[in-house]
Design a protein around this ligand. Structure first.
Ligand code: PMT
Length: 402
Protein backbone atom coordinates (compact mmCIF):
# COMPACT_ATOMS: atom_id res chain seq x y z
CA UNK A 1 0.00 0.00 0.00
CA UNK A 2 1.28 3.46 -0.78
CA UNK A 3 0.25 7.09 -1.03
CA UNK A 4 1.88 7.42 -4.45
CA UNK A 5 0.71 10.61 -6.17
CA UNK A 6 -1.62 11.67 -3.37
CA UNK A 7 -1.63 15.36 -2.48
CA UNK A 8 -1.70 15.85 1.27
CA UNK A 9 -2.16 19.25 2.84
CA UNK A 10 -0.71 19.00 6.34
CA UNK A 11 -1.78 21.61 8.87
CA UNK A 12 0.39 21.98 11.97
CA UNK A 13 -0.80 23.96 14.99
CA UNK A 14 0.70 25.09 18.29
CA UNK A 15 1.16 22.05 20.46
CA UNK A 16 4.18 20.27 21.89
CA UNK A 17 3.18 17.37 19.61
CA UNK A 18 4.17 19.59 16.66
CA UNK A 19 7.65 18.07 16.91
CA UNK A 20 6.08 14.80 15.74
CA UNK A 21 4.90 16.43 12.51
CA UNK A 22 8.51 16.22 11.25
CA UNK A 23 8.39 12.43 11.55
CA UNK A 24 4.88 12.38 10.12
CA UNK A 25 5.98 14.45 7.11
CA UNK A 26 8.85 12.04 6.51
CA UNK A 27 6.51 9.05 6.66
CA UNK A 28 4.05 10.67 4.23
CA UNK A 29 6.79 11.61 1.76
CA UNK A 30 8.33 8.13 2.05
CA UNK A 31 4.91 6.60 1.31
CA UNK A 32 4.85 8.56 -1.97
CA UNK A 33 2.68 11.55 -1.06
CA UNK A 34 3.22 15.12 -2.19
CA UNK A 35 3.07 17.16 1.02
CA UNK A 36 2.29 20.85 1.37
CA UNK A 37 2.45 22.22 4.89
CA UNK A 38 0.54 25.10 6.47
CA UNK A 39 1.57 26.16 9.97
CA UNK A 40 -0.36 28.31 12.42
CA UNK A 41 1.68 31.16 13.91
CA UNK A 42 2.15 29.38 17.24
CA UNK A 43 3.23 26.12 15.62
CA UNK A 44 6.59 27.70 14.82
CA UNK A 45 7.21 28.06 18.59
CA UNK A 46 7.45 24.27 18.65
CA UNK A 47 9.07 23.37 15.32
CA UNK A 48 10.79 25.47 12.68
CA UNK A 49 9.29 25.99 9.21
CA UNK A 50 12.75 25.18 7.83
CA UNK A 51 12.62 21.64 9.26
CA UNK A 52 9.20 21.00 7.75
CA UNK A 53 10.08 22.67 4.43
CA UNK A 54 13.20 20.51 4.15
CA UNK A 55 11.33 17.29 4.91
CA UNK A 56 8.30 18.09 2.76
CA UNK A 57 10.47 19.46 -0.08
CA UNK A 58 8.04 22.37 -0.34
CA UNK A 59 8.01 25.89 1.14
CA UNK A 60 5.92 26.02 4.31
CA UNK A 61 3.02 28.47 4.27
CA UNK A 62 1.64 30.38 7.23
CA UNK A 63 0.60 33.83 5.99
CA UNK A 64 -1.97 34.97 3.45
CA UNK A 65 0.82 36.65 1.50
CA UNK A 66 4.38 35.69 0.76
CA UNK A 67 6.65 38.05 2.71
CA UNK A 68 9.23 38.89 0.03
CA UNK A 69 6.99 39.37 -2.99
CA UNK A 70 3.68 40.32 -1.42
CA UNK A 71 2.24 37.55 -3.58
CA UNK A 72 -0.98 35.99 -2.30
CA UNK A 73 -1.16 32.43 -0.93
CA UNK A 74 -4.45 31.45 -2.48
CA UNK A 75 -6.35 29.53 0.21
CA UNK A 76 -9.05 28.45 -2.23
CA UNK A 77 -6.45 26.99 -4.60
CA UNK A 78 -4.77 25.16 -1.72
CA UNK A 79 -8.09 23.73 -0.58
CA UNK A 80 -8.87 22.49 -4.08
CA UNK A 81 -5.34 21.13 -4.66
CA UNK A 82 -5.46 18.64 -1.80
CA UNK A 83 -6.74 15.06 -1.96
CA UNK A 84 -6.83 15.14 1.82
CA UNK A 85 -6.40 17.82 4.46
CA UNK A 86 -4.78 16.46 7.61
CA UNK A 87 -4.26 18.68 10.64
CA UNK A 88 -1.81 17.04 13.03
CA UNK A 89 -1.51 18.14 15.72
CA UNK A 90 -4.69 20.16 15.99
CA UNK A 91 -4.89 22.23 19.18
CA UNK A 92 -8.04 22.91 21.22
CA UNK A 93 -7.91 26.46 19.89
CA UNK A 94 -7.91 25.44 16.21
CA UNK A 95 -10.60 22.81 16.85
CA UNK A 96 -12.77 25.58 18.28
CA UNK A 97 -12.09 27.82 15.28
CA UNK A 98 -12.93 25.07 12.78
CA UNK A 99 -16.08 24.07 14.66
CA UNK A 100 -17.34 27.63 14.69
CA UNK A 101 -16.28 28.92 11.30
CA UNK A 102 -13.68 31.38 12.56
CA UNK A 103 -11.31 32.47 9.84
CA UNK A 104 -8.40 34.51 11.21
CA UNK A 105 -5.41 32.79 9.62
CA UNK A 106 -4.41 30.92 6.47
CA UNK A 107 -5.03 27.51 8.07
CA UNK A 108 -8.63 28.26 9.04
CA UNK A 109 -9.31 29.90 5.65
CA UNK A 110 -8.06 26.77 3.88
CA UNK A 111 -10.20 24.63 6.19
CA UNK A 112 -13.31 26.54 5.16
CA UNK A 113 -12.34 26.34 1.48
CA UNK A 114 -11.30 22.69 1.32
CA UNK A 115 -13.59 20.34 -0.56
CA UNK A 116 -11.49 17.27 0.20
CA UNK A 117 -11.91 15.00 3.25
CA UNK A 118 -10.49 16.40 6.49
CA UNK A 119 -8.76 14.41 9.21
CA UNK A 120 -7.96 16.00 12.56
CA UNK A 121 -5.47 14.58 15.08
CA UNK A 122 -6.02 16.44 18.36
CA UNK A 123 -3.28 16.82 20.96
CA UNK A 124 -3.80 18.38 24.36
CA UNK A 125 -3.71 17.67 28.06
CA UNK A 126 -6.10 15.02 29.37
CA UNK A 127 -8.49 17.39 31.18
CA UNK A 128 -8.65 19.69 28.16
CA UNK A 129 -9.42 16.66 25.98
CA UNK A 130 -12.36 15.70 28.20
CA UNK A 131 -13.68 19.25 28.60
CA UNK A 132 -17.31 19.49 27.45
CA UNK A 133 -16.50 22.37 25.09
CA UNK A 134 -13.72 20.39 23.37
CA UNK A 135 -15.94 17.28 23.19
CA UNK A 136 -18.76 19.39 21.74
CA UNK A 137 -16.40 20.88 19.14
CA UNK A 138 -15.15 17.45 18.12
CA UNK A 139 -18.68 16.16 17.89
CA UNK A 140 -19.65 19.16 15.73
CA UNK A 141 -16.67 18.56 13.45
CA UNK A 142 -17.63 14.89 13.12
CA UNK A 143 -21.12 16.00 12.13
CA UNK A 144 -19.48 18.04 9.31
CA UNK A 145 -18.01 14.76 8.05
CA UNK A 146 -14.51 15.42 9.40
CA UNK A 147 -12.68 12.42 10.79
CA UNK A 148 -11.22 12.81 14.27
CA UNK A 149 -8.11 10.69 14.74
CA UNK A 150 -8.63 10.02 18.44
CA UNK A 151 -5.84 11.04 20.76
CA UNK A 152 -3.91 8.18 22.30
CA UNK A 153 -3.25 7.52 25.97
CA UNK A 154 0.10 7.79 27.70
CA UNK A 155 2.44 10.24 29.33
CA UNK A 156 1.65 13.88 28.55
CA UNK A 157 3.88 16.95 28.42
CA UNK A 158 2.30 18.16 31.69
CA UNK A 159 3.65 15.10 33.47
CA UNK A 160 0.13 13.71 33.83
CA UNK A 161 -0.86 10.49 32.17
CA UNK A 162 -4.03 9.86 30.18
CA UNK A 163 -5.71 10.39 26.82
CA UNK A 164 -4.47 13.43 24.93
CA UNK A 165 -1.32 12.43 23.05
CA UNK A 166 -1.52 13.00 19.33
CA UNK A 167 -2.07 9.72 17.50
CA UNK A 168 1.39 8.30 16.72
CA UNK A 169 2.59 9.26 13.21
CA UNK A 170 2.73 5.56 12.22
CA UNK A 171 -0.93 5.15 13.18
CA UNK A 172 -1.88 8.31 11.28
CA UNK A 173 -0.09 6.95 8.22
CA UNK A 174 -2.09 3.73 8.60
CA UNK A 175 -5.35 5.72 8.66
CA UNK A 176 -4.34 7.50 5.44
CA UNK A 177 -3.25 4.28 3.76
CA UNK A 178 -6.57 2.73 4.70
CA UNK A 179 -8.47 5.73 3.40
CA UNK A 180 -6.71 5.78 0.03
CA UNK A 181 -6.22 2.05 -0.44
CA UNK A 182 -9.51 0.80 0.90
CA UNK A 183 -10.13 -1.89 -1.66
CA UNK A 184 -13.71 -2.43 -0.54
CA UNK A 185 -12.61 -5.98 0.25
CA UNK A 186 -15.87 -6.70 2.13
CA UNK A 187 -18.04 -5.61 -0.79
CA UNK A 188 -21.01 -7.94 -1.25
CA UNK A 189 -20.63 -9.34 2.29
CA UNK A 190 -23.46 -9.09 4.78
CA UNK A 191 -22.25 -8.44 8.31
CA UNK A 192 -24.20 -8.63 11.58
CA UNK A 193 -22.91 -6.71 14.57
CA UNK A 194 -24.44 -6.95 18.02
CA UNK A 195 -23.40 -4.04 20.20
CA UNK A 196 -24.06 -2.13 23.39
CA UNK A 197 -25.52 -3.46 26.64
CA UNK A 198 -28.87 -5.10 27.20
CA UNK A 199 -31.30 -3.86 29.83
CA UNK A 200 -33.30 -6.43 31.79
CA UNK A 201 -36.31 -4.94 33.54
CA UNK A 202 -37.02 -5.46 37.23
CA UNK A 203 -40.10 -3.29 37.21
CA UNK A 204 -41.35 -0.44 34.99
CA UNK A 205 -38.60 1.92 36.22
CA UNK A 206 -35.57 -0.26 37.07
CA UNK A 207 -33.33 -2.61 35.17
CA UNK A 208 -30.13 -4.69 35.34
CA UNK A 209 -27.47 -3.68 32.80
CA UNK A 210 -23.76 -2.97 32.39
CA UNK A 211 -21.37 -0.21 31.32
CA UNK A 212 -21.12 -0.96 27.59
CA UNK A 213 -21.36 2.26 25.57
CA UNK A 214 -21.54 0.59 22.15
CA UNK A 215 -18.41 2.46 20.99
CA UNK A 216 -16.50 -0.71 20.06
CA UNK A 217 -19.46 -2.11 18.13
CA UNK A 218 -20.05 1.16 16.31
CA UNK A 219 -16.36 1.39 15.34
CA UNK A 220 -16.68 -2.10 13.84
CA UNK A 221 -19.88 -1.20 12.01
CA UNK A 222 -18.18 1.87 10.50
CA UNK A 223 -15.03 -0.03 9.55
CA UNK A 224 -17.04 -2.75 7.76
CA UNK A 225 -19.19 -0.14 6.04
CA UNK A 226 -16.13 1.85 4.89
CA UNK A 227 -14.59 -1.37 3.57
CA UNK A 228 -17.63 -2.18 1.46
CA UNK A 229 -19.85 -4.44 3.58
CA UNK A 230 -23.60 -4.29 3.96
CA UNK A 231 -23.86 -3.85 7.73
CA UNK A 232 -26.73 -5.00 9.96
CA UNK A 233 -26.52 -3.63 13.50
CA UNK A 234 -28.56 -4.94 16.42
CA UNK A 235 -27.91 -2.48 19.20
CA UNK A 236 -28.81 -2.39 22.85
CA UNK A 237 -29.64 1.02 24.36
CA UNK A 238 -26.74 3.39 23.66
CA UNK A 239 -26.41 7.15 23.50
CA UNK A 240 -24.00 7.61 20.61
CA UNK A 241 -24.21 9.92 17.65
CA UNK A 242 -24.89 7.53 14.78
CA UNK A 243 -25.70 8.02 11.12
CA UNK A 244 -28.16 5.12 11.23
CA UNK A 245 -29.04 5.51 7.56
CA UNK A 246 -25.62 4.05 6.68
CA UNK A 247 -26.64 0.72 8.24
CA UNK A 248 -29.58 -1.64 8.63
CA UNK A 249 -30.13 -0.57 12.21
CA UNK A 250 -32.31 -2.28 14.82
CA UNK A 251 -32.61 -0.96 18.37
CA UNK A 252 -33.44 -3.47 21.10
CA UNK A 253 -33.51 -3.49 24.90
CA UNK A 254 -33.32 -7.02 26.22
CA UNK A 255 -31.20 -10.09 25.49
CA UNK A 256 -34.30 -11.86 24.18
CA UNK A 257 -35.04 -8.99 21.78
CA UNK A 258 -31.41 -8.98 20.65
CA UNK A 259 -31.58 -12.75 20.10
CA UNK A 260 -34.80 -12.53 18.07
CA UNK A 261 -33.51 -9.69 15.90
CA UNK A 262 -30.15 -11.43 15.31
CA UNK A 263 -31.62 -14.90 14.63
CA UNK A 264 -34.05 -13.56 12.06
CA UNK A 265 -31.20 -12.33 9.84
CA UNK A 266 -28.45 -14.79 10.82
CA UNK A 267 -29.00 -17.23 7.90
CA UNK A 268 -28.28 -14.46 5.35
CA UNK A 269 -25.12 -13.20 7.08
CA UNK A 270 -21.56 -13.90 5.91
CA UNK A 271 -19.90 -12.53 9.04
CA UNK A 272 -21.31 -12.04 12.56
CA UNK A 273 -19.46 -10.04 15.20
CA UNK A 274 -20.82 -10.36 18.73
CA UNK A 275 -19.56 -7.20 20.39
CA UNK A 276 -22.58 -6.71 22.66
CA UNK A 277 -22.23 -7.02 26.41
CA UNK A 278 -25.36 -9.10 26.87
CA UNK A 279 -26.67 -9.42 30.42
CA UNK A 280 -26.14 -13.06 31.34
CA UNK A 281 -29.04 -12.97 33.80
CA UNK A 282 -32.42 -11.27 33.93
CA UNK A 283 -34.89 -10.95 36.82
CA UNK A 284 -36.97 -14.15 36.97
CA UNK A 285 -40.08 -12.04 37.46
CA UNK A 286 -40.75 -8.54 36.15
CA UNK A 287 -43.00 -6.66 38.51
CA UNK A 288 -45.82 -4.85 36.73
CA UNK A 289 -45.76 -2.11 39.33
CA UNK A 290 -42.78 -0.25 40.76
CA UNK A 291 -41.35 -2.39 43.57
CA UNK A 292 -42.13 -0.55 46.78
CA UNK A 293 -39.46 0.28 49.32
CA UNK A 294 -39.88 -1.62 52.57
CA UNK A 295 -37.88 -2.04 55.76
CA UNK A 296 -36.64 -5.51 54.85
CA UNK A 297 -34.01 -6.57 52.32
CA UNK A 298 -35.08 -7.79 48.91
CA UNK A 299 -33.74 -10.98 47.37
CA UNK A 300 -33.78 -11.01 43.60
CA UNK A 301 -34.16 -14.25 41.72
CA UNK A 302 -32.33 -14.16 38.40
CA UNK A 303 -32.84 -16.48 35.48
CA UNK A 304 -30.24 -17.26 32.87
CA UNK A 305 -30.56 -15.32 29.63
CA UNK A 306 -30.22 -16.81 26.18
CA UNK A 307 -26.59 -17.02 25.00
CA UNK A 308 -26.99 -15.31 21.61
CA UNK A 309 -23.54 -16.10 20.25
CA UNK A 310 -23.71 -19.63 21.69
CA UNK A 311 -27.09 -20.43 20.13
CA UNK A 312 -26.23 -18.92 16.73
CA UNK A 313 -22.85 -20.70 16.91
CA UNK A 314 -24.74 -24.00 16.83
CA UNK A 315 -26.37 -22.90 13.56
CA UNK A 316 -23.19 -21.55 11.97
CA UNK A 317 -22.75 -22.72 8.39
CA UNK A 318 -19.43 -23.74 6.88
CA UNK A 319 -19.14 -20.47 4.95
CA UNK A 320 -20.07 -18.19 7.86
CA UNK A 321 -17.57 -16.45 10.12
CA UNK A 322 -18.37 -15.76 13.78
CA UNK A 323 -16.27 -13.36 15.84
CA UNK A 324 -16.74 -13.04 19.57
CA UNK A 325 -15.49 -10.75 22.29
CA UNK A 326 -14.35 -11.68 25.76
CA UNK A 327 -14.32 -9.18 28.56
CA UNK A 328 -12.34 -10.75 31.35
CA UNK A 329 -11.13 -9.75 34.79
CA UNK A 330 -8.99 -12.86 35.54
CA UNK A 331 -7.41 -15.82 33.69
CA UNK A 332 -7.98 -13.72 30.62
CA UNK A 333 -6.35 -15.83 27.91
CA UNK A 334 -7.61 -19.20 29.17
CA UNK A 335 -11.17 -17.91 29.53
CA UNK A 336 -11.11 -16.27 26.09
CA UNK A 337 -9.81 -19.43 24.40
CA UNK A 338 -12.43 -21.54 26.21
CA UNK A 339 -15.19 -19.19 24.95
CA UNK A 340 -13.80 -19.41 21.42
CA UNK A 341 -14.29 -23.21 21.48
CA UNK A 342 -17.56 -23.24 23.44
CA UNK A 343 -19.34 -20.68 21.27
CA UNK A 344 -17.91 -21.95 17.96
CA UNK A 345 -16.16 -18.64 17.17
CA UNK A 346 -13.55 -18.41 14.40
CA UNK A 347 -11.87 -15.58 16.24
CA UNK A 348 -12.17 -14.04 19.69
CA UNK A 349 -11.17 -10.55 20.73
CA UNK A 350 -10.00 -10.38 24.32
CA UNK A 351 -10.19 -7.09 26.18
CA UNK A 352 -9.41 -6.88 29.84
CA UNK A 353 -10.90 -4.61 32.48
CA UNK A 354 -7.43 -4.61 34.07
CA UNK A 355 -5.65 -2.91 31.17
CA UNK A 356 -5.46 0.87 31.28
CA UNK A 357 -7.14 2.35 28.21
CA UNK A 358 -9.14 -0.82 27.48
CA UNK A 359 -12.72 -1.96 27.80
CA UNK A 360 -16.01 -0.24 28.53
CA UNK A 361 -16.92 3.34 27.63
CA UNK A 362 -13.45 4.55 26.60
CA UNK A 363 -12.61 5.74 23.09
CA UNK A 364 -9.61 3.42 23.19
CA UNK A 365 -9.09 -0.29 23.62
CA UNK A 366 -6.24 -2.79 23.88
CA UNK A 367 -6.93 -6.28 22.62
CA UNK A 368 -5.46 -9.68 21.93
CA UNK A 369 -7.12 -11.49 19.05
CA UNK A 370 -7.07 -15.32 19.07
CA UNK A 371 -7.73 -17.52 16.05
CA UNK A 372 -9.09 -21.06 16.36
CA UNK A 373 -5.63 -22.30 15.39
CA UNK A 374 -4.20 -20.79 18.57
CA UNK A 375 -2.35 -17.98 16.79
CA UNK A 376 -2.81 -14.53 18.30
CA UNK A 377 -1.98 -10.87 17.66
CA UNK A 378 -1.90 -8.11 20.27
CA UNK A 379 -2.55 -4.42 19.87
CA UNK A 380 -1.26 -1.35 21.64
CA UNK A 381 -3.74 0.97 23.35
CA UNK A 382 -5.33 2.54 20.26
CA UNK A 383 -8.57 4.20 19.26
CA UNK A 384 -11.50 1.83 18.85
CA UNK A 385 -11.47 2.74 15.12
CA UNK A 386 -7.91 1.48 14.78
CA UNK A 387 -8.77 -1.67 16.80
CA UNK A 388 -11.83 -2.28 14.60
CA UNK A 389 -9.70 -2.20 11.46
CA UNK A 390 -7.19 -4.55 13.07
CA UNK A 391 -10.05 -7.00 13.75
CA UNK A 392 -11.16 -6.74 10.10
CA UNK A 393 -7.59 -7.42 8.98
CA UNK A 394 -7.60 -10.56 11.14
CA UNK A 395 -10.95 -11.70 9.76
CA UNK A 396 -9.38 -11.60 6.30
CA UNK A 397 -6.82 -14.21 7.37
CA UNK A 398 -9.49 -16.79 8.36
CA UNK A 399 -9.37 -19.74 5.92
CA UNK A 400 -13.15 -19.52 5.17
CA UNK A 401 -12.48 -16.02 3.89
CA UNK A 402 -9.52 -16.91 1.71
O1 PMT B 1 -19.33 -0.93 24.27
P1 PMT B 1 -18.00 -0.37 24.74
O2 PMT B 1 -18.17 0.57 25.89
O3 PMT B 1 -17.20 0.21 23.61
O4 PMT B 1 -17.13 -1.58 25.31
C1 PMT B 1 -16.78 -2.63 24.47
C2 PMT B 1 -16.95 -4.00 25.17
C3 PMT B 1 -15.97 -4.10 26.31
C4 PMT B 1 -18.39 -4.17 25.67
C5 PMT B 1 -16.70 -5.10 24.07
O5 PMT B 1 -15.44 -4.88 23.55
C6 PMT B 1 -16.82 -6.49 24.65
O6 PMT B 1 -15.91 -7.04 25.22
N1 PMT B 1 -18.03 -7.09 24.44
C7 PMT B 1 -18.37 -8.41 24.97
C8 PMT B 1 -18.55 -8.34 26.44
C9 PMT B 1 -19.08 -9.64 27.00
O7 PMT B 1 -20.23 -9.74 27.26
O8 PMT B 1 -18.20 -10.60 27.04
P2 PMT B 1 -18.56 -12.09 27.56
O9 PMT B 1 -17.24 -12.68 27.85
O10 PMT B 1 -19.54 -12.07 28.66
O11 PMT B 1 -19.25 -12.78 26.31
C10 PMT B 1 -18.53 -13.54 25.35
C11 PMT B 1 -19.19 -13.40 24.00
O12 PMT B 1 -20.51 -13.96 23.99
C12 PMT B 1 -19.34 -11.97 23.51
O13 PMT B 1 -19.08 -11.99 22.14
C13 PMT B 1 -20.80 -11.64 23.81
O14 PMT B 1 -21.33 -10.68 22.90
C14 PMT B 1 -21.47 -12.99 23.63
N2 PMT B 1 -22.64 -13.20 24.48
C15 PMT B 1 -22.50 -13.23 25.84
C16 PMT B 1 -23.61 -13.52 26.62
C17 PMT B 1 -24.86 -13.71 26.02
N3 PMT B 1 -25.93 -13.96 26.75
N4 PMT B 1 -24.97 -13.64 24.69
C18 PMT B 1 -23.89 -13.39 23.91
O15 PMT B 1 -24.00 -13.30 22.68
Amino acid sequence: MSLQGKKILLGVTGSIAAYKSAHLTRLLVKAGAEVQIIMSASASDFITPLTLATLSKNPVLSQFKKDETGEWNNHVKLGLWADLFLIAPVSANTLAKFANGLCDNLLSAVYLSARCPVMLAPAMDLDMYQHPSVLANMSKLRSFGNQILDAESGELASGLSGQGRMMEPEHILLELLRYFNSSQEFKGKKVLITMGPTQEALDPVRFISNHSSGKMGLALAKAFQERGADVYVVSGPVSLEVEKEKFHWKDVNTANEMFRASSSIHPQMDICVFAAAVADYAPAKVSEEKIKKSDSNVILELKKNVDIAGELGKLKKINQIHVGFALETENEKENAKAKLQKKNFDLIVLNSTREEGAGFKLDTNKVEIFQGSGQSVSSEVSSKDVIANLILDQIKTIPVWI
